[in-house]
Design a binder for this molecule. Structure first.
Ligand code: ADP
Length: 590
């Protein structure tokens, strides 16, 4: 790139040289004309004097001898070579040429000085004399008679003075030129130096800011032009600073959003070096040390299937999606996709991750559930079918047997009905499709359930005891009468079912630490600690219970647990095989 300094210098020198040439030519020409005019004036006077001395008759008669005498005389007087020329240009006499040689002298009519003299009254020319081989100055004037040109008088003189004077003038001009050029170049350099310093005053603080995070305003400048540039740069700097801050805050916002995603995302370049990743990526992969941005993924992602998939993606560039068992019980699902900074080419690859442990568990639960439901339905259906087929066959004639089989069919059908009812109830509770939960006083509803079971237990010859521990005022909990009814019925029914004949059941209500506590206790068969862990599972039934209470579905306690969760309560169980069980439910009083 060309420099302003060199351009300025070149421009200044060219302008100066051009100006000097014009001035020089003008000066030189004028000086020359001035000098020549002086000479012309002097010679004109000499010519006028000489012509006063000329013998007109001799000129008329072309008396060469007389005319030669005249030219010699004039030469003696003036010291200049004198020539008389006829009006046709023929040389009549010359102080330097003998008369007999005059015929050999060529015609002078075309000589510059003569032509000029004809036009303007006097002619001056400087040229090399072929005769003496030196530069001579020629001056000619016409000789007139009655206004007619009858000839010319011409002086020729060696005029080294003129040359010397012109040489002096030329030398003077050259020195002045040199001086001016040196002065101009010096001035330009000094000026440039000064201007550069002014620019540096602006540039130096700017250079310092190249790496700085924030823009620092440039200081005020001494000169107006520089100060205007400073103001412009500051305005741009300020604008850039604002744009940068906006960009940073936008980026921060995006990073926050990116970080709060449940899905893990990481971008890698083709060497496998991470460019960006969010927190979920680290959390889902359980990377204790986080992502190492200086090393490729295979150094810190310790999951061989993912590493293999990334390698295969890098080879084939085909997106990959996979769900796999990760460490422990966790499952992850990942996708490997192209990373594009522009639509035309890939810049690396993206890995997105999801923790699908819960989803996988739900899937397993769903599969188990379908298997369990099918199983629970299959047993009664198989026996119904068996009894029905037997009825259709030979035994159908036996009235007693027919009755017995039909009763079995009814009982199995009841069981199926129970199953369907319980399943529907469970699904409604799970889906939250239940009557609205309100702030209610639960005591009247509990009393109602207690009365219902009082009758049932009496008909079974079992003891049922209902106790309300004294509390003075009304209490309120978040519940619905329906849900309370279902919960208590299930617990009390179990207490009656899994009990000894003539066993006892207690229903106790008390208020403790801002909680309403409901206890259902029995003197029944109880269950072991291991069984206690599982009784709330769907379809779980203690083996012995299957024969003692055939109509059971294994869903009752599941329903109880869901209701307790829905009403934000707690449930605890104590039990000892052969001695009895205690179910304790607590709801916060509001
Ligand atoms: P179901 O009573 O229909 O079998 P539940 O979910 O209500 O189903 O109970 C699951 C299992 O827990 C029962 O089959 C039974 O083995 C056991 N169980 C429940 N309540 C009691 C209890 N009070 N005493 C002894 N065992 C019980």
């Amino acid at each position: 790139m060309s420099k302003i300094s060199s351009r300025t210098l070149l421009f200044t020198i060219l302008t100066t040289v051009f100006t000097l040439i014009v001035i020089d030519l003008y000066t030189w020409n004028h000086t020359r004309t001035f000098l020549l005019n002086g000479i012309r004036q002097d010679l004109h006077e000499k010519a006028a004097l000489s012509l006063g001395l000329i013998d007109d008759k001799a000129l008329e008669n072309r008396d060469r001898v007389r005319l030669k005498q005249f030219t010699d005389e004039i030469k003696n007087l003036t010291g200049m070579r004198t020539t008389l020329i006829g009006k046709q240009g023929e040389v009549l006499a010359d102080s330097e040429i003998p008369i007999d040689e005059l015929n050999n002298v060529e015609n002078h009519l075309n000589r510059k000085e003569l032509q000029q003299a004809l036009r303007t009254g006097s002619g001056l020319a400087i040229r090399n004399s072929a005769t003496i081989g030196q530069e001579l100055l020629y001056y000619a004037e016409p000789i007139r008679e009655n206004g007619r040109v009858i000839g010319f008088i011409r002086f020729a003189l060696l005029y080294p003075e003129f040359r010397n004077r012109m040489a002096y003038v030329t030398g003077l001009i050259a020195r002045i030129n040199l001086f001016l050029i040196v002065v101009v170049i010096g001035a330009v350099l000094l000026y440039w130096n000064w201007l550069t310093r002014q620019m540096e005053n602006l540039r130096t603080p700017l250079i310092g800011q190249k790496e700085a995070p924030d823009y620092q305003m440039l200081p005020d400048q001494k000169y107006e032009e520089m100060d205007r540039i400073k103001a412009d740069i500051n305005a741009i700097g300020e604008k850039l600073q604002i744009a940068r801050e906006e960009l940073v805050s936008d980026q921060q916002l995006l990073l926050n959003i990116f970080d709060s995603l449940d899905e893990g995302v990481a971008a890698f370049d083709f060497d496998g070096l991470p460019l960006l990743n969010n927190r979920s990526f680290i959390d889902i992969l359980k990377l204790k040390d986080g992502a190492d941005h200086t090393r490729p993924f295979y150094d810190w992602v310790h999951f061989p299937p993912l590493i293999q998939d990334i390698e295969s993606y890098l080879e084939k560039r085909e997106p990959i999606k996979r769900r796999l068992k990760y460490y422990g019980d966790s499952f992850i699902e990942y996708k490997i996709l192209p990373l594009k900074f522009n639509p035309r080419e890939d810049s690396g690859f993206l890995v997105t991750l999801r923790d699908v442990t819960q989803l996988q568990q739900l899937e397993t639960i769903r599969q188990d559930f379908v298997a369990n439901v099918s199983h629970e339905f299959k047993t009664p259906l198989t026996s119904i079918r068996g009894y029905a087929e037997t009825l259709l066959s030979e035994m159908a004639e036996d009235r007693e047997l027919r009755k017995k089989f039909l009763e079995k069919i009814v009982s199995r059908t009841e069981h199926l009905e129970n199953l369907v009812t319980d399943l529907l109830q469970l699904s409604r509770i799970e889906k939250n499709e239940i009557t609205t939960i309100d702030r209610i006083n639960p005591i009247p509803d509990i009393q109602e359930v207690a009365e219902e079971f009082m009758h049932i237990s009496r008909s079974r010859k079992m003891k049922f005891d209902f106790e309300i521990m004294d509390f003075e005022k009304d209490i309120f909990i978040r519940a619905s009468a329906n849900l309370l009814h279902t919960l208590l019925s299930n617990l009390i029914m179990n207490a009656l079912q899994y009990n000894h004949p003539e066993g006892s059941v207690w229903l106790r209500i008390k208020v403790e630490h801002e909680y309403l506590r409901i206890e259902v206790q029995d003197t029944g068969v109880g269950f072991t600690k291991e069984q206690r862990e599982r009784i709330f599972e769907r379809f779980y039934r203690v083996e012995a219970a299957r024969s003692s209470y055939v109509q059971g579905t294994g869903l009752g306690l599941s329903i109880v647990r869901h209701i307790v969760e829905l009403l934000e309560g707690k449930i605890e169980v104590e039990s000892e095989p052969g001695k009895g069980s205690l179910f304790r439910v607590e709801f916060p009083i509001i």
